[in-house]
Design a protein. Structure first.
Length: 59
């Protein structure tokens, strides 16, 4: 299930970048997901799509 979650996160991130016509770099995606995991721990939140979208908006 974690792999499916990562794929969804990559797609959401890609969609936000596509709106800005930015190129995607795998290292950036890995960094964003890593930062998201830290953010989840710091804010005591569950790993849900809604929380990930909020994280990207704040970022």
């Amino acid at each position: 299930m974690k792999q499916i979650g990562r794929i969804i996160k990559v797609n959401i991130y890609a969609e936000t970048k596509r709106k800005n016509n930015n190129k995607l770099k795998l290292k950036n995606i890995e960094k964003i997901i890593s930062e998201y995991n830290v953010w989840l721990e710091e804010t005591n939140r569950e790993d849900k799509i809604e929380n990930y979208e909020e994280f990207l908006r704040v970022k």
